[in-house]
Design a protein around this ligand. Structure first.
Ligand SMILES: Nc1nc2c([nH]c(=O)n2[C@@H]2O[C@H](COP(=O)(O)OP(=O)(O)OP(=O)(O)O)[C@@H](O)[C@H]2O)c(=O)[nH]1
Ligand SMILES: [Mg+2]
Length: 319
């Protein structure tokens, strides 16, 4: 996992290991921080400071034994979140606990709750946790639609993706205009909702609003012109990024996630120089946002993307 321990871009930030513990009903465990502690009163995911000789996983194993009385057996990185509280800079290394023994109990008298990920309200958590909650609510795949010349073939492709289990779709249709385009978007949204999937409209907040889509996918050019109000009004916001500066802008605008490309060479953008996983990992470690890897990705590449610090993979062909 990127940037665990005292080295790297996080500088002198306090390194913290944070765990997402699930029950058999797939609810996640949260605990309330005592009033006198840093960010006291807020709810948190259990965890604590990483000692100098520990990895994020070994620190989490120790903290969850101390705080909850459980034994962690297996973890997987979810997201890393750098955050500056003003009085303290933290770098949260968030791990999903895939397997544990024991029954979690509040051994430090902290109140505990189990919630579905949909029920997690960022306002109840420290500010850094907004990114963790976004990551928990976003799937491993982000499907970007191909352009549309034949609406019935296009809809059949969408239907196949939904039937395969895809749950986050970007409507990226530029070859149609006017009522043809809005009718296709409305039909796409209807089909998405029939499968519990969310639809983001590429570059067109007005269309998203008029059909009631979940949100907008902003182009890199649009990010340069946007305000935080535009982002708030859009619902769920994703954005296209190609550099650390664009990732920082997306984060400061309050987007929910970013897509960083191109990771590998692609036919759709032959002129662009691929980042490779090394550059990708470095840049992603510096942003709090969940980031999808785009460019030459296949659906099965999600675990390699996760290991590089990504939320998952995005793509058009093959998805
Ligand atoms: N455990 C945890 N810490 C978080 C979360 N979000 C967040 O910003 N933090 C910050 O991470 C820092 C370290 O966490 P901690 O206070 O649990 O550390 P710890 O268990 O070692 O506690 P201690 O200070 O009692 O020894 C705190 O500044 C806390 O505000 C979260 O979801 N879980
Ligand atoms: Mg703690």
């Amino acid at each position: 996992m990127p940037n665990t321990g005292a080295e790297g871009v996080s500088g002198d930030a306090l390194q913290v290991a944070v765990g997402v513990v699930r029950d058999a009903a797939d609810r996640v465990l949260i605990a309330q921080r005592a009033p006198a502690r840093h960010q006291g009163g807020y709810w948190e995911f259990p965890g604590g400071k990483i000692e100098p000789n520990e990895t994020a996983e070994s620190a989490l194993t120790r903290e969850l034994a101390e705080e909850l009385g459980i034994t962690v057996q297996a973890t997987r990185p979810l997201i890393c979140v750098p955050h500056d509280y003003g009085d303290r800079r933290v770098y949260l290394n968030v791990l999903e606990v895939l397997d544990y023994t024991g029954v979690p109990a509040g051994l430090e008298e902290q109140p505990l709750r189990w919630l579905t990920t949909d029920a997690l309200d960022p306002a109840a958590f420290p500010a850094a946790n907004r990114a963790i909650i976004s990551a928990l609510q976003l799937p491993l795949h982000y499907v970007i639609s191909p352009d549309c010349t034949d609406p019935s073939a296009w809809l059949a492709g969408l239907q196949a993706a939904l039937q395969r289990g895809e749950r986050l779709i970007q409507f990226r249709v530029r070859a149609l205009a006017g009522s043809d385009r809005s009718a296709l978007a409305a039909e796409a949204l209807r089909r998405c909702h029939a499968h519990g999937a969310r639809l983001l409209i590429n570059g067109d907040a007005a269309l998203a609003r008029s059909i009631g889509a979940e949100g907008v996918h902003w182009t890199a050019a649009q990010l340069q012109q946007l305000s935080r109000q535009d982002v708030l009004a859009a619902g769920v916001s994703g954005g296209s990024c190609h550099s650390p500066a664009e990732l920082a802008l997306a984060e400061s605008l309050g987007l929910d996630f970013a897509v960083l490309s191109p990771v590998a060479a692609t036919r759709s953008h032959p002129e662009a120089t691929p980042l490779g996983w090394g550059q990708f990992t470095q840049w992603v470690s510096e942003t709090a946002l969940p980031v999808y890897a785009l460019g030459g990705m296949r659906p099965d590449d999600w675990d390699q993307a996760r290991a590089a610090g990504a939320q998952g993979v995005a793509g058009i062909s093959g998805f």
